[in-house]
Unconditional design. Structure first.
Lengths: 311, 311
């Protein structure tokens, strides 16, 4: 049994690699919900959707987000009608948002809805939100507090990042499937995917019980650094690190996850490669995942590293 | 000043003819809301949309409903995800439903939203819902009570029509713009468009104040029969009339609107053509509206008939 923690695109890619290697009953992918938001009355869960689309093979690799063969009639008409067009909603994507919103409003859990959408999309593996309760990442910037999507999409991460708050996290109940898996004696590894630690993994860890369970898990815990040569493959992780006065690299990842991981998998060119920071060992690999084959390769190497740590 | 009462496709066509002849300030089109319903959490107003699309020149003449150049990615994905697919929602159409739902939920009036959508669609004329309050047509059938869209779309009008109830109508407030126009000394005519009297005009008349205002209006009141040679050009009006034991034709229209209209414009081939039923005169015209030119022709003839009745 492997537990993966994942956020957006990078996380989804490694999660997909793991899913291609592991049977559905041997993998639980717990996904960030801090990016979730309500837009035009629709409940939108970007990270859950990215993971689901990636595992379903429906993701648009070129654009980097959303669904392949997407069409945009809705957005074109929304624009004509003077509606808000800063957040792109594809026609196919919308079906999921509308269905999910309707079921959430009827009182169903995000876990159940996510499971049904995954199954209907042909995904057999378990994708769960870290919590069925709302967690909302609020970015503290030089222009004041911004909701996540305001910062990330509308303002394109331009405001200076000063800090983050996970609204609702303290009152949220962790997904029992995640806590059970982390406490399961059969747990073989925890893999923190190369998602943005602050934006994507932070909200997962902020839900009561998750960080503690990770701290006390018996299985090897591995985090994969999202940084390659001081930059993130995708997203604002490096920019944010620099704005926090830190150096974007595996060293910062090791410090961020101190006490929660045994190993940080870092890129071969990372200056921290081979070092030990605190109690965290840096294992160098080629962390750039090129296509599904690259995703499987890195997943295989992570699982091998975890196996080598098991007593 | 002309007031038109309209429901779906036939009503929208004559309303469009009137709009092409009259300045925006000289026409108010009051539209049925009895077909409105909530589907997948979206507030859908089929008749308002049909009238708006028709006046905007965006309607799909071929299909008979919805918007031209529509795309169907949303529906295809909804179907894949196991969502309800009995009511077709086009990608472009959806933009309007989503915007309207969001604004209704924020407490805005259907009148204001309808106005804004019409303007954004390039429609200068006034299209108003008969009421901002919900009126819901319930069809009494041999299979029990069915909500309007259940009867009309899902069951394709197959169940035997036994009667209709306009839920919410008694408590609804009539649109003050409609009542003001009907009481306006400058009112020159009321035109009841060739919509289904029971399904489309009935819910308008059921809103307190509308029927009374029509009864006491000083201007000529004209209803256009939707029947040509015993059949409706579109929709189940003839089927319903027969199931109620009546003969689909202008005579039945004259009886339905007794006391509310001075004239029924009927098709030249209608057996009632030229007769007087109760106090209602039957004036025969070619009521088949072929294309925009046909819509304008019938509108012009109706306005001329009204003018000839004015003292």
């Amino acid at each position: 049994m492997i537990v993966a923690l994942a956020g957006g695109v990078g996380g989804a890619r490694l999660a997909n690699g793991l899913a291609k290697l592991l049977a559905p009953e041997d993998l639980i992918i717990a996904v960030n919900v801090g990016d979730d938001f309500s837009h035009l009355g629709l409940s939108i869960c970007p990270d859950i959707d990215t993971v689901t689309y990636t595992l379903a093979g429906l993701n648009d690799e070129q654009r980097g987000w959303g669904i392949r063969n997407e069409t945009w009639s809705f957005m074109a008409t929304l624009r004509q009608l003077g509606g808000p067009d800063w957040f792109a909603l594809g026609d196919r994507d919308l079906a999921k948002h509308v269905l999910r919103t309707e079921r959430l409003r009827a009182g169903e859990s995000l876990t159940a809805i996510t499971r049904d959408i995954a199954r209907a999309s042909g995904v057999a593996h378990v994708i769960i939100p870290v919590s069925d309760d709302p967690v909302r990442s609020i970015i503290q910037t030089d222009e004041g507090d911004l909701s996540f999507q305001d910062y990330f999409v509308r303002r394109r991460c331009e405001p200076l990042f000063g800090g983050i708050r996970y609204d609702g996290a303290a009152a949220a109940t962790a997904n029992p499937q995640l806590l059970a898996a982390l406490a399961n004696p059969a747990l073989e590894a925890v893999v923190i995917c190369p998602s943005n630690p602050i934006l994507s993994i932070g909200p997962i860890l902020a839900v009561p019980g998750v960080e503690e369970s990770l701290r006390t898990a018996r299985a090897p815990r591995i985090a994969v650094s999202p940084f390659i040569a001081g930059e993130a493959v995708k997203g604002p992780a490096a920019k944010i690190m620099r704005e926090l006065g830190q150096s974007p690299g595996a060293g910062a990842i090791a410090e961020y996850y101190a006490g929660l991981v045994d190993v940080v998998v870092c890129d071969e060119r990372d200056p921290a490669a081979g070092r030990v920071i605190g109690e965290v060992r840096m294992i160098a690999m080629d962390t750039l995942m090129q296509g599904p084959a690259g995703q499987q390769r890195l997943a295989r190497e992570c699982l091998a590293a975890a196996a080598s740590l098991r007593r």
